[in-house]
Every structure is written in structure tokens, then in C-alpha cells.
Design a protein around this ligand. Structure first.
Ligand code: SAM
Length: 327
């Protein structure tokens, strides 16, 4: 390893969220507009060879974890091939996936064989009708995908639930019981003002502090930890194996411990989910940059990572949808 990647605020950067497409086969109302067709053309996307080269540079500089995300990563053709290429990079210790699980029953085995070990599945409702209203998709497929993920050996399987007032906040207890029953980990997330859709959904924002207080009336929540490098604050439900993570970008931001950057499908590196600071790597990769210069460019990029997002102070600021940046 050459050096650690450290930003100008002293934070070690060891995690890349890698968006492999900005397209998605669901249309969660708080994430993507119904008529969204994708900004980027597939020819603009980095090829697998380009991605592996770029991630190789990050890993040489100390990145240890990569999460495949999107858009919906399972809609990118031959994703297991990319996963196995990444899993072979020496020094990359943790390859994980965020998915809506619509296509997971078909791809779970191949992804696991390719070296993906941890998986996060977005699931905002366990009620078919409501699930359809939120996502425009079918709950059955997602549940099939989840069960397949468990069957082929992904561990842990984490459920990500965006908790929204008046939409699904009455289902948190059901989700807790579902996760206890199936041995999943639950992560509750606050709605963020990402893009016009995220801002429109802001009226459904609720602080997870309130949700936690409510859960404490029914469950005994004991502070806990969970490996994974994420910003969730975990609690164990006493008397069960379940851990619940609270991800609170709005009510209690965690920027001081931010260890990550985000690479979009077209090779743009975003240094913060809630800011516009970015560096475009595709022209460099296609312009024949040397390995040594590529390492320098990665280090220069990390140097402009901003201190924090401003979702609260400047909610109008981020025009990108979550699916574009890579959630
Ligand atoms: N398609 C994959 C999935 O469903 O996990 C990966 C991408 S998706 C954009 C990643 C996560 O971002 C999902 O859990 C989704 O619920 C969340 N998300 C999207 N827009 C959001 C918003 N405005 N606020 C909070 N979470 C959001």
C-alpha cells in the first residue's frame, strides 16, 4: 500500500460507493421521477476494465471497502463479472451490494460466488398495496429475492427502510418483527432532500429520535455496534438477535466521521452526498493517464472533500437524485 487517503479535515477515506448505473426498475416516489429514463447513455458508463483500474488506484491508496449501488445495480448487465474482478483486487477487504432485490432471486447465487458477501436491501413496506404505491413495483419479487439472499449465504442481510410520516411510519414495529423472524438487520433512514423528488417528500420527513422513543416503549433497546463502516447508530433488541441501526443525516448528522466517496456510473467522483464537489475521471481514463498520475488525481480529489453536507441549511442545493449519485 502506498499511502492512506486522508482528507483536509483529517478523515481517513476507506470506502467507495460505486454506482454502476443511474437506471432503476423501481420508481420510489421520494427518489426518482416516474418518467426518469437515465441521464447517462451506456457508452458514457465506465467499462468494467475502467472501473477495476480506478478502484485499484483507490485500493492502492488505502480504500478497503466497496459497495456496488446505483440506480439499481442488478440492472447492469454481467454485474457478477464486475464483482469478481473487484473481489480479486489485492487489499480490497469488503465488497457489498445495495439493491432493491427485484432481480435478486435470479442473481444472488452468482453474486455470492463472485465474492460479494454483505447485502443491503431497500424495503419500505411489507404491505403489497402500499409497497406498490411507494415504489411502483411488486413486493413478492423483493421478498423472494430477500429469501434467496439468505439461502445462498449472504450475511448479514440488512433491510434499509426510509421512514416517512403518514406513508409507512406505522409499519416500523411490523418491520422489526419481520427482521427478528428472518434474522435480518434493520436500518431506519431519514428522508433526505435529494433532487426534486426528495424535496417533495420532505413533508413526510420525521426524526428518527421520535421513532426510537416509540420503539423503546415496546422493545428494550441496548446500545450496540455492527461491523460495516457505516454511519448507523445501532441498538440491539434485548431477547433477540436483532440489531436496529438509526441513520440520521438530518436530525443528527455524522459528517465528522465520514469515510466515503461516491463514484457514479459515468466516472464522476462525488466527494459528498449533499454537495456538488466532484472530479470527472472518465476523460482521464480515456485520455491515457498513467498509473502514477491516476494515483495523484485520486489524492487531489480527496483533498477537495467538503467538511459536511447542508441538507438542513440549504435543502434546495442538491439537484441530483439519490439514484444518480449512488445511494
Ligand atoms: N437500488 C438500490 C437500492 O434500492 O438499495 C441502490 C440505490 S438506492 C438510491 C439506495 C437507497 O437510497 C435506498 O435505500 C433508497 O431508499 C434511498 N433513498 C433514495 N432517495 C432517498 C431520499 N431522498 N432520502 C433518503 N433515502 C433515499
Amino acid at each position: 500500500m502506498l499511502e492512506q487517503l486522508t482528507d483536509s479535515f483529517g478523515r481517513r477515506i476507506e470506502y467507495v460507493r460505486l454506482s454502476v448505473t443511474d437506471r432503476c426498475d423501481l420508481r420510489c416516489f421520494y427518489c426518482l421521477p416516474e418518467d426518469y429514463r437515465g441521464d447517462e447513455e451506456p457508452e458514457d458508463w465506465l467499462t468494467f476494465a475502467e472501473i477495476e483500474r480506478l478502484i485499484g488506484a483507490f485500493v492502492a491508496l488505502g480504500v478497503r471497502r466497496v459497495r456496488l449501488t446505483g440506480g439499481e445495480p442488478l440492472t447492469r448487465k454481467h454485474l457478477p463479472d464486475l464483482a469478481s474482478g473487484l473481489a480479486r483486487i489485492p487489499g480490497l477487504l469488503d465488497l457489498s451490494l445495495s439493491t432493491n432485490a427485484v432481480g435478486l432471486s435470479r442473481h444472488a447465487q452468482a453474486l455470492h460466488s463472485a465474492g460479494v458477501r454483505r447485502i443491503n436491501v431497500s424495503l419500505d413496506s411489507l404491505r403489497s398495496e402500499r409497497f406498490k404505491q411507494i415504489t411502483r413495483g411488486k413486493l413478492d419479487k423483493v421478498l423472494d429475492g430477500l429469501m434467496m439472499a439468505k439461502a445462498v449465504g449472504f450475511a448479514p442481510v440488512k433491510i434499509n427502510m426510509v421512514v416517512m410520516k403518514g406513508v409507512n411510519d406505522d409499519e416500523v414495529e411490523d418491520m422489526v418483527d419481520f427482521c427478528i423472524e428472518h434474522d435480518f438487520t434493520l436500518r431506519l433512514i431519514e428522508t433526505m432532500p435529494m433532487g426534486s423528488t426528495g424535496r417533495d417528500a420532505a413533508s413526510h420527513y420525521m426524526s428518527l429520535e421520535d421513532v426510537k422513543t416509540r420503539l423503546q416503549a415496546r422493545y428494550d433497546l441496548v446500545p450496540s455496534v455492527m461491523p460495516g463502516g457505516g454511519p448507523a447508530r445501532y441498538f440491539k433488541v434485548a431477547g433477540s438477535k436483532l440489531r436496529i441501526g438509526f441513520i440520521t443525516p438530518i436530525s443528527q448528522h455524522f459528517c465528522e466521521t465520514c469515510n466515503r466517496v461516491r463514484l457514479t456510473a459515468d466516472g464522476t467522483l462525488y466527494l459528498c452526498l449533499g454537495q456538488e464537489h466532484k472530479v470527472e475521471f472518465r476523460p482521464l481514463l480515456r485520455g491515457g493517464i498513467s498509473d502514477a498520475d491516476l494515483l495523484d488525481e485520486v489524492q487531489n480529489a480527496i483533498a477537495i472533500k467538503p467538511e459536511r453536507h447542508e441538507f438542513r441549511e440549504r435543502p434546495q442545493q442538491i439537484v441530483r437524485f439519490m439514484a444518480k449519485t449512488g445511494g
